[in-house]
Design a protein around this ligand. Structure first.
Ligand code: WT7
Length: 655
């Protein structure tokens, strides 16, 4: 890490926007000026680009921080903004989704068709008793029905909780229970790397016998899309096939207006404790910022661009930059079910060529994997349609940034490195293409209307050239409105640290360079970032401790060339287990166990069996020292350990 930081400090390349790009860019210097002159008027203007059934007169109510209300007396329908209004404006024939399934099957869905589908589905959901404020869990592959489901729930003023299809039955169950979902929308299965990966069985497991957990069964129905054609069990009365009920439903459905602060979705993300947090977002402010940033940061021209954000809808990027931002902007976008390397490692580039993608938004981990495979693969395809490249999810190292620019962007397409979080709802820090000079490795500047700072532990500005903690200093439209069912945790996690200043604490370390631009240095808490996905050390530790053989576990995020960070576990095995078994194969068994408990993305890269863990006298595990071992560095200062010899024992065991 420290060598990486040194490396970053020496990075000083800059790329000015080309004249031709700047001439047609949507972003302007004027946006910054307007926002600086009157932040609230600026956001009000962006909000008025949406359709309001009842216009707002109030912009921001910050009278009870940290509980913000934006556009509070206004009313809108989020789905109407993403669908009907485009049809009514005469753009019903524009393609909304250029969908490609993993096996190569295709569907082109226009705005008119998607609107009809969502209206039918909204009627079905109403029939199933779903109305304003009800929670609906969505556990689907990347198929058009996933986008339609989110929009139909939004259309009814209900709340969706999308659960990534790669999460286990256990993870799904805890999310369903926490939100008290009434309905689950799923599929029999989806395609992944040439095979059908089943989903419905996980839903069945999640809803089966609660093992005395005491949780009340909230789910009344399961709506199932046929996609994988795999055999599934069926619970009569509870389960319904999508193809039986949706096409048969009426396509007449008038969108009702809901208050701007009506909840739109809950999305679970890992925090520093074992229990994922249900991040709550509402309607008007969220849609305003998602739509605005998608337009100016991605320079989206809906009439001419073909946009592709590669994120799954199970993550916030898929919410804001697949479903809500692009559809509210009336964009034509690629939606892809598969993975980058199946059936061949050029699959993404083949799609860029086939659909003439002009804007590509993806994660550094993908870029680094392609970089490792070599330029010969993308060079086989015509990528000349690409005119803007985006990056999101983790810091992008200058090497990967330059490779992205040269090999994918033909040295022409500007790169926007966008920093934000599940909690921020939309992009907060990024260059504006055509306006900002870009720098490989730096996320750079707050977008117009956003105020951030890098501060010391006491909340004072660090000044250019220094590192500290990233904070947001003013409320923003897409900010989280809370943690579902846990207002105290919301205040504690984000607002207590800089309570005196009223700053939002993001949990990221950052540095300001001599120009005042932001460089991200990774998380400062017990949260890891693996392939752009947020994982909690504590959550994985508690999963490992649930394995029969383990007595104790410590997990760290160690830097990894491809995935940014990788999960590394140090595990103490129970003596009783060792008395009866050989430790052979235990590492493997613990890895798979974590995969079953949380999901494959949480599986440790390495499992080290050790006798002891480094602890302070008060019993706190010193993960910093374990990270040194996991990254093959000399172990740092051990003087605060209860037993200073323990690290040499661990280092020897790991070798
Ligand atoms: C964490 C948020 C934003 C949607 C996807 C991840 C890290 C995100 C960047 C970036 C450096 C980044 C931060 C942040 N992160 N984007 N451009 N540069 N770090 O959302 O799962 O909520 O994770 O991802 O550490 O706190 P998330």
């Amino acid at each position: 890490m420290s060598s990486q930081i040194d490396h970053l400090l020496n990075e000083n390349r800059k790329f000015a926007p080309s004249e031709s790009f700047a001439a047609n860019a949507i972003g302007t210097v004027g946006l910054y000026e307007h926002a600086r002159a009157d932040r609230e008027a600026f956001w009000a203007q962006q909000a008025r680009d949406l359709h309001w059934h009842k216009p707002f007169t109030e912009v921001l109510d910050w009278s009870t921080p940290p509980f913000a209300k934006w556009f509070d007396d206004g009313e809108l329908n989020v789905a109407y903004n993403c669908l009907d209004r485009h049809v009514e404006a005469g753009n019903g024939d524009r393609v909304a989704l250029l969908w490609e399934g993993e096996p190569g099957d295709e569907r082109r869905i226009t705005y008119a068709e998607l609107t009809d589908e969502v209206k039918r589905l909204a009627n079905v959901l109403t029939g199933l008793g779903i109305g304003q404020g009800d929670r609906v869990a969505i556990y689907l592959p990347m198929i058009p029905e996933a986008v339609a489901s989110m929009l139909a729930v939004a259309r009814l003023g209900a709340i969706h909780s999308v659960v990534f299809g790669g999460f286990s039955a256990d993870s799904l169950r805890s999310r369903i229970d926490d939100a008290g979902a009434k309905l689950v929308i799923t599929a029999d299965g989806g395609y992944r790397k040439g095979k059908v990966s089943a989903l419905k069985p996980a839903v069945d497991m999640a809803l089966a016998d609660r093992n005395g957990s005491g949780a009340q069964e909230s789910v009344e129905h399961v709506l199932v899309v046929k996609r994988g054609e795999n055999d599934v069990d069926w619970t009569e009365g509870r389960d319904l096939w999508w193809h039986d009920v949706v096409p048969a439903a009426s396509k007449d459905h008038e969108a009702q207006a809901f208050p701007a602060e009506n909840p739109l979705f809950i999305l679970y993300t890992s925090g520093t404790t074992g229990k994922p947090k249900g991040i709550l977002h509402t309607s008007g402010g969220y849609l305003t910022q998602a739509t605005f940033t998608n337009k100016v940061v991605h320079d989206l021209h809906p009439e001419t661009d073909v946009y592709w954000c590669t994120a799954d809808i199970g993550w916030v990027t898929g919410h804001s930059y697949v479903t809500y931002g692009p559809l509210a902007n009336g964009a034509t976008q690629v939606l892809f079910e598969g993975t980058p390397d199946s059936p061949h490692p050029g699959r993404w580039w083949e799609l860029v060529e086939k659909y003439g993608v002009t804007i590509l938004y993806t994660a550094p981990t993908a870029i680094r994997s392609f970089m490792k495979l070599g330029r010969a693969i993308p060079n086989k395809f015509d990528l000349s349609s690409l005119r803007l490249l985006g990056s999101v999810g983790e810091p992008i190292n200058p090497e990967a940034w330059m490779w992205y620019r040269e090999i994918i962007g033909n040295n022409l397409a500007p790169i926007v490195d966008t920093w934000w979080q599940t909690e921020t709802g939309a992009i907060m820090i990024s260059a504006l293409p055509g306006v900002t000079e870009t720098k490989p490795g730096s996320a750079q500047v707050p977008v117009p209307g956003i105020s951030i700072d890098v501060v010391n532990e006491d909340g004072s500005h660090v000044g250019n050239g220094n590192g500290g903690l990233l904070v947001v200093t003013e409320p923003w439209p897409a900010m989280l409105r809370g943690i579902w069912g846990d207002p105290e945790r919301f205040v504690e996690t984000y607002w207590e640290k800089f309570h005196a200043q009223g700053f939002y604490f993001a949990g990221d370390g950052a540095r300001l360079d001599d120009d005042g631009d932001v460089w991200f240095l990774g998380r400062v808490d017990d949260v890891m970032n693996v392939s752009g996905h947020r994982l909690s050390t504590t959550e994985i530790e508690s999963a490992i401790v649930g394995h029969d053989a383990t007595a104790e576990a410590a997990v760290v995020g160690a830097s990894d060339e491809t995935t940014g960070q990788a999960v590394v576990a140090f595990v103490i095995i129970k003596q009783s287990y060792l008395d009866a078994h050989t430790p052979e194969g235990l590492g493997h068994s613990i890895r798979s166990w974590v995969g079953e408990q949380i999901g494959p993305i949480a599986r440790p890269r390495d499992v080290y069996i050790v006798n002891e863990l480094p602890k302070t006298r008060s019993g706190k595990i010193m993960r910093r020292l374990l990270r040194d071992v996991a990254e093959g560095r000399e172990v740092g200062d051990t003087t605060t350990l209860a037993d200073t010899a323990v690290m040499s024992v661990i280092s020897a065991q790991v070798k």
